[in-house]
Design a protein around this ligand. Structure first.
Ligand code: NAP
Length: 290
């Protein structure tokens, strides 16, 4: 078994981006992160995104609207950021409070600044094999991890567990694109006899949000296993009172997998790195104003 080290690969990507940003004349790329409320996971993700931006030389700013913000007020904020020529990239951290229609907010972000790639235009471009758009950061990070780990998807059977807008659907589309050329199966909560399908996977991507759901009997020996899940399970022995586990039961699956990502330290850091890559792309696609 080979461990796919997401921390190391993400650090490589970040070093490459830092070198690229250092060569840019004039103003630096700018990223605005919008976080509504104090969801602990969101607080931690936004902090990591800010730290990565600083390390690379990307100007980042965090806007913290109160949890009571209305749909109209949040849309107005997005409109202002869309119109601001000094802002290249906008990321609205998910999840938003229940009273906000998240999809409408994602759709509101100008396609050229939609670095999380969740708006209609950018998701459509993924379906159209159009490389000019922004690919959602977690799916893009998964493909980058596979590529940099020497996994060629051509002709491989990729099984994706989960069909969310954020992960499952776009990663399935990316694996299906001509440049990846995989054969793709997508599973969800209504899929019958899941283990029979997952056992046929050359590459298994688990994105369901169920702690340690994928067990050894569901995995073909030698398969590449990508664990997207980030689940907090209670653990009194930890200072925080919880520990992070993936959607894969790592202890039983790792010995038989060909390659596997750990949680934490697998897909998570790649999500952050891809956000930075997309921000630089957004900057390059806009006409920088001095
Ligand atoms: P989500 O929106 O809740 O979607 C979960 C998907 O899994 C749904 O399509 C659901 O099916 C399917 N599912 C749930 N239970 C299932 C079961 N027992 N069998 C088969 N399919 C099942 O979650 P998400 O946003 O995609 O996130 C998934 C996980 O990835 C979470 O743990 C999340 O924290 C993590 N995540 C990590 C990163 C990262 O950077 N590493 C980024 C994003 C998300 P239905 O559609 O039928 O309901």
């Amino acid at each position: 078994m080979e461990l796919i080290d997401g921390n190391k690969i993400a650090a490589d990507v970040i070093a490459e981006l830092k070198a690229e940003v250092a060569t840019l004349p004039g103003r630096k790329p700018s990223l605005v992160l919008v976080r509504v409320g104090d969801d602990p996971a969101s607080v931690s993700y936004v902090k990591k995104k800010e730290q990565a931006a600083t390390a690379i030389g990307i100007d980042s700013r965090v806007i913290l609207p109160p949890v009571s913000i209305t749909q109209a007020e949040l849309e107005k904020l997005i409109d202002q950021l869309n119109a601001d020529r000094g802002v290249d990239a906008i990321l609205v951290q998910s999840p938003l409070p229940k009273h906000i229609d998240e999809l409408q907010i994602f759709r509101r972000i100008a396609p050229g600044k939609d670095v999380d790639g969740l708006g209609t235009m950018n998701l459509g471009k993924v379906a159209q094999d159009d490389a000019n758009g922004f690919v959602s950061c977690t799916p893009a990070g998964i493909i980058e991890l596979l590529t940099r780990s020497g996994v060629d998807l051509k002709g491989q059977h990729v099984v994706v567990l989960g069909r969310s807008l954020l992960v499952g659907k776009p990663v399935a589309l990316l694996a299906l694109q001509k440049k990846s050329n995989a054969t793709v199966t997508i599973c969800h909560s209504a899929t019958r006899d899941l283990p029979a399908i997952t056992r046929t996977a050359d590459v298994l991507i688990a994105a369901i949000g169920r702690p340690e759901f994928v067990t050894a009997d569901m995995v073909k020996p030698g398969a590449v296993v990508i664990d997207v899940g980030i689940n907090r399970v209670p653990d009194p022995a930890k200072k925080t009172g919880y520990r992070l586990v993936g959607d894969v039961h790592f202890a039983s699956v790792a010995p038989l997998a060909g390659k596997i990502t750990p949680v934490p330290g697998g897909v998570g850091p790649m999500t952050v790195a891809m956000l930075m890559k997309n921000t630089l792309k957004a900057y390059r696609q806009q006409k920088p104003s001095e």
